[in-house]
Design a protein around this ligand. Structure first.
Ligand SMILES: [Zn+2]
Length: 113
């Protein structure tokens, strides 16, 4: 298994996710600022409901990004521990193709289903 390649992919993906998370945080701040600037007394303002939808969308995207970064951190820890590439559930090797597609995969295909 190409552990150095896996590590590089994980580090690269982590950096991309952090950048995406930063963009999301920035847009979330913009949305909050826009909500504060708008007339909050008018609860029937159609703009207000749009802002509420955007906020929940951004925050759920943000949570998904944080989850993925956590998975990558765990995968990097398994690389350091020498257990990378083994299914956390059954202990079998995770297929190389699966790891190529999902470097942070924690389980083999059989256990993931
Ligand atoms: Zn398994």
């Amino acid at each position: 298994m190409d552990l150095d390649g896996a590590r590089q992919r994980l580090i690269h993906e982590r950096a991309a996710l952090l950048a995406m998370g930063h963009d999301l945080a920035t847009s979330f701040d913009d949305i909050v600022a826009a909500a504060k600037d708008s007339n909050l007394d008018d609860e029937h303002d159609p703009e207000g409901s749009t802002i509420a939808v955007d906020r929940s969308l951004v925050s759920s995207l943000g949570r998904a990004t944080v989850d993925r970064i956590e998975q990558i951190d765990k995968a990097l820890a398994r690389l350091d521990a020498g257990t990378y590439g083994r299914c956390l559930r059954c202990g079998a090797p995770i297929g190389g193709g699966r790891l190529a597609a999902r470097p942070a995969a924690q389980t083999c295909i059989g256990c993931a289903e």
